[in-house]
Design a protein around this ligand. Structure first.
Ligand code: SAM
Length: 290
């Protein structure tokens, strides 16, 4: 894998990972401020005959990206929940969750100032707020939220362990962490261990790679259309790379199973459990129900 592959697909082992991503997302958001993109994930397509998600007509263009949010966030009942979304990007997912799934409040944070400026300008919905913030050093007090959501953002972090510990800290007792992202196949076990070491019990763990690949195929033409219309010729290859267009290593990695797209529902264990006990427990099979 070359440098860009490592940066995208292999969390933790690339120097300056965090700074490079911060520059990239700030650049994207400020350069393409007026582009009509509200979500930036690879999307999700149901593989069963489940009823199609009902969306307002204005949300149809980004259906697959919204479906990923729906799959992640609808795993639990969110009404009455105070929700934090970390890595909210251009806020389309936060807007979907707040307006369709009805939590009491939703705070979206992102480390790109341009993204947060975009969100504040774009969405005016009671109970939906956006703040600048860093996943690895959350600015909130302990026990502030009932639910934390994190969608396709953690691969950008320098130290995912630090992020998981921060999520654990800001969640209330029995709070839920709804987490999805891709990892190299050989890093899946380490990610699970990091989550358990942070104190979470795993209520649900899914491999949704096939669902994400189905979306990437259906989204290919739309992505290429946007890139051709908006991105100068010399940067189109790079843009396709980050969008995981067909033929790119990201796309191929997911298609061949070298990369796996994971989706978790996690629960904060009571804080009286010591780290040692957590580590001991993390070796036991989990039987909890969602
Ligand atoms: C691929 S985008 C996904 C955005 C959004 N979750 C979505 O699905 O549309 C990844 C986002 O994570 C944000 N991000 C990356 N590292 C971050 C960090 N350390 N703290 C907060 N946000 C971060 C980026 O700025 C970017 O908006």
């Amino acid at each position: 894998m070359n440098v860009i592959d490592k940066l995208i697909a292999r969390p933790n082992n690339f120097p300056f990972r965090r700074l490079i991503w911060k520059y990239w997302y700030n650049h994207l958001a400020s350069k393409y401020e007026n582009i009509n993109i509200r979500l930036m994930n690879y999307g999700y397509v149901e593989q069963t005959n489940a009823q199609e998600l009902k969306l307002d007509i204005c949300d149809e263009a980004e259906r697959y990206c919204i479906q990923l949010y729906h799959h992640v966030a609808n795993a639990i009942l969110l009404t009455e929940s105070e929700v934090l979304e970390v890595g909210c990007g251009r806020g389309g997912g936060a807007y979907y969750v707040k307006s369709y799934l009805n939590p009491r409040s939703l705070t979206g944070i992102d480390f790109s100032r341009s993204n947060i400026d975009f969100c504040r300008q774009k969405y005016q919905l009671p109970g939906l707020n956006f703040e600048l913030g860093d996943a690895e050093a959350l600015q909130f007090a302990d026990n502030t939220f009932d639910t934390v959501i994190n969608v396709e953002s953690s691969h950008c972090y320098q130290q995912t362990e630090r992020f998981f510990t921060e999520v654990y800290r800001v969640l209330r007792r029995d709070g839920k962490f709804l987490f999805t992202d891709f990892r190299p196949k050989e890093a899946v076990a380490a990610t699970r261990k990091q989550l358990q070491n942070a104190g979470f019990s795993i209520l649900k763990e899914e491999n949704i790679t096939a669902n994400v690949c189905a979306s990437m195929e259906l989204e290919h033409q739309r992505k290429i259309g946007i890139i051709d219309r908006q991105v100068p010729y010399i940067f189109r290859g790079l843009a396709g790379y980050f969008a995981a267009a067909k033929g790119t290593p990201m796309y191929e990695g997911l298609k061949t199973g070298e990369l796996e797209y994971l989706c978790y529902v996690l629960k904060k264990q009571p804080s009286s459990i010591s780290n040692n006990m957590r580590q001991h427990r993390s070796r036991l099979p989990e039987t909890a129900e969602v």
